[in-house]
Design a protein around this ligand. Structure first.
Ligand SMILES: Nc1ncnc2c1ncn2[C@@H]1O[C@H](COP(=O)(O)OP(=O)(O)OP(=O)(O)O)[C@@H](O)[C@H]1O
Length: 230
């Protein structure tokens, strides 16, 4: 396999507070990697840095063999990196379809494929995004990111604040997304969901990688140790 994304020795700080310490991450083309960890472990910081929204103090980020460490976010998106941010960040006064079209950027993409992935959005296409349930909003946020047909989809805590059944429905679309050629890097606090969805898992503990394993053969005890640091 070839690495689509390589993060090497990444340090990220917020002023005096350091959030990531020497973090290494590799995502192979076609796989799904889940980064798990407790509140404040640094998961969102990692995704934001990969998307170009935060600058690392040290380290390198390579995408498809190219060093993108110094590239701003708006120049990473056209390379094929799309972020679904924590909290979804839709435009609440715009309709579902308008939110999707914004994700296409300058490309003239149609939302048809998104409606195939999330058929329940068809009936909601003219509804204001602010009027949707949390799960519907998350579907729109994922759909918006997919409008640019990204090579790497970064998913920040899809499950946050949603009922388990809704989380399950959202995760059920992942196989279709990866089958279409998009590689997925997701971060989750929900360990069971992450293990079910991913090929590999990496656990962050207080800004450091505490565990890396194939999702299929990692023990619960090892995950618990790495997650809580006990
Ligand atoms: N804008 C910020 N300014 C200062 N410190 C921050 C900022 N954002 C995050 N941090 C700190 O950086 C660390 C990592 O936060 P981050 O949001 O990446 O964690 P997380 O694993 O995504 O957790 P959560 O599930 O709460 O989002 C935490 O200690 C957090 O308090």
């Amino acid at each position: 396999m070839t690495a689509l994304l390589t993060v090497e020795d990444l340090d990220v700080r917020y002023g005096d507070a350091q959030a990531l310490f020497g973090v290494d991450v590799t995502v192979e083309a076609g796989e799904t990697l889940a980064v798990i960890g407790a509140n404040g472990a640094g998961k969102s910081t990692l995704l934001k840095t990969i998307a170009g929204l935060l600058r690392p103090g040290r380290g390198r980020i390579r995408f498809d063999g190219r060093d993108i460490t110094g590239l701003p976010a708006h120049r990473r998106a056209p390379l094929g990196i799309a972020l679904v941010p924590e909290g979804r960040r839709l435009f609440p006064s715009l309709t579902v379809e308008e939110n999707l079209l914004i994700g296409a950027g300058l490309a003239k993409a149609r939302p048809d494929r998104i409606y195939e992935l999330f058929p329940h959005l068809v009936a909601l296409r003219r509804r204001g995004a602010g009027l949707l349930s949390g799960g519907e909003q998350q579907a729109v946020a994922i759909g918006r990111a997919l409008m640019s047909d990204p090579r790497l989809l970064l998913l920040d805590e899809v499950s946050l604040g949603l009922a388990p059944i809704v989380v399950k429905q959202l995760y059920a679309v992942l196989p279709a997304i990866t089958a279409a050629g998009t590689t997925v890097l997701l971060v989750e606090q929900d360990v069971n969901q992450a293990l079910a969805a991913a090929d590999r898992v990496q656990c962050l503990l207080e800004g450091r990688v505490a565990l890396e394993a194939a999702a299929g053969d990692v023990s619960r005890a090892a995950v618990t140790r790495a997650y809580f640091g006990v």
